[in-house]
Design a protein around this ligand. Structure first.
Ligand code: ADP
Ligand code: MG
Length: 405
């Protein structure tokens, strides 16, 4: 597949998607939407499990998006419908005035929590947002570590923002979406996913400081360098992932407290050996070492990307990140390790798990010419291991959330 083919396929797919979501809206609500908004999923190039340690992340937006077709209402009702085959097809209806987190009356349930939570967060922050009908269609795989949840939230937020003329800037929308996911849905995620979906730009990765949300677009034009980033969705999610996530978070907080810092981001890389000496607990030492070295790897990656002749050299840093997540942070799993080991043996420049871990997706940096043999090698390795074939697709850094129609 050439560079141009990739672009054309994506654009053609998006046009079809928009027509489809408008038709879907008409079928469900019997009227035309006011507009269609898109928000992408993301992969994180590097900076894993750093976003709840006030650290650095470097995600980019996928060409895969969630579309929201939306029309405003004047009667204080919120109605939600998704065309995704893996969620119930009924319209979820709730009165705005009754929206509340927890188990109170007016609470939504399941997938509808994400968009309802966004509406709740907007209102809780004092924004004069009224009722709406929303219908969603998505090409972001669910539960694959590619952040379909943030795509759903950000598409909702952007749509409500424009339909109700709220004029909230994208960064603030991302913060409200994270609040929805934390406080309404009840998932204790960091800010990376929502910020990536809301703020990324095509051809760039987003360097985000998760302490103060300052950010910079870092040119990451893979295509211009004959490179591809393969996303490899293992299609597995290990059931214990959310409990393990909470434990890692708690361990990082305990490490920061023992070291007398606000967050592990405050431990300078040069002081890592002395910090480790001050920690008695071997488990906490490993967590601290991962977070501090990972923040340093983000900085090294950015330094390499600043010089167009050294883009390929980020490969080994990605692989180092994987080793740290596997051995120190211990959030990898057999399937993710299989992707990384197979890809490296088949000529990848670097590879690592991306997202929370315990399943989900890995990324593989490779020359464009290596994409086919790599995909074949991954298929073969998974078949030999008795696992279902992974879903593999090349991803060029794409546009963040925007209006489509
Ligand atoms: P990830 O964000 O990695 O895809 P999550 O578990 O955080 O995984 O979010 C996945 C959940 O988000 C789905 O199970 C579903 O409830 C909801 N979701 C995401 N996209 C959609 C969509 N287009 N329609 C309905 N629900 C969706
Ligand atoms: Mg998610």
């Amino acid at each position: 597949m050439t560079v141009d083919d990739t672009t054309q396929v994506t654009q053609a797919t998006q046009v079809t998607q928009v027509t489809h979501v408008i038709e879907g809206f008409r079928e469900v609500y019997g009227r035309a939407p006011d507009g269609v908004w898109a928000a992408p999923g993301r992969v994180n190039l590097i900076g894993e499990h750093t976003d709840y340690n006030d650290g650095f992340v470097l995600p980019f937006a996928l060409p895969h998006t969630t579309l929201a077709a939306v029309a405003h209402r004047e009667d204080g009702l919120l109605r939600l419908h998704s065309g995704s085959p893996d969620v119930p097809g009924a319209v979820v209806e709730v009165r705005l005035a009754e929206l509340a987190p927890g188990r109170e009356a007016g609470r939504t349930d399941g997938w509808a929590d994400y968009p309802a939570g966004v509406m709740w967060a907007l209102r809780e922050a004092g924004h004069p947002v009224g009722g709406a009908d929303l219908h969603f269609a998505s090409t972001v795989p669910h539960g694959a570590g590619l952040s379909s949840s943030a795509a759903l939230e950000v598409a909702t937020a952007l749509a409500l923002n424009e339909v109700h003329g709220l004029d909230i800037p994208p960064r603030e929308l991302a913060v409200l979406c994270r609040h929805a996911e934390n406080a309404y849905v009840g998932a204790p995620t960091g800010i990376m996913d929502q910020m990536a979906s809301a703020c990324c730009t095509a051809g760039h990765a987003l360097f985000l400081d998760t302490r103060d949300f300052s950010q910079r677009q870092v040119p990451f034009d893979l295509a211009a360098h004959g490179l591809r980033l393969l996303v490899v969705d293992t299609r597995v999610t290990h059931a214990h992932s959310s409990g393990e996530y909470g434990q890692r978070r708690a361990g990082c907080e305990a490490g920061a407290a023992s070291l007398g810092v606000t967050a592990l981001r405050d431990v300078p890389y040069a002081e890592l050996p002395s910090a480790l000496d001050r920690l008695d607990d071997a488990e906490i030492r490993r967590l601290v070492r991962h977070v501090v070295t990972e923040n340093e790897r983000v900085k090294r990656t950015i330094a390499l990307l600043a010089d167009t002749s050294s883009v390929r050299a980020i490969g080994p840093i990605l692989t180092e990140s994987h080793a740290s997540l596997r051995d120190d942070f211990r959030v990898s799993c057999a399937e993710l390790d299989l992707v990384v080991d197979t890809a490296l043996a088949a000529g990848a420049l670097g590879a690592r798990m991306t997202g929370g871990g315990f399943g989900g997706s890995a990324i593989v940096l490779a020359d464009e010419s290596a994409v086919r043999p790599l995909t074949a090698a991954l298929d073969k390795a998974f078949t030999t291991a008795g696992l279902p074939a992974p879903r593999v697709f090349p991803a060029l850094p794409s546009r963040g959330a925007h209006r489509m129609a």
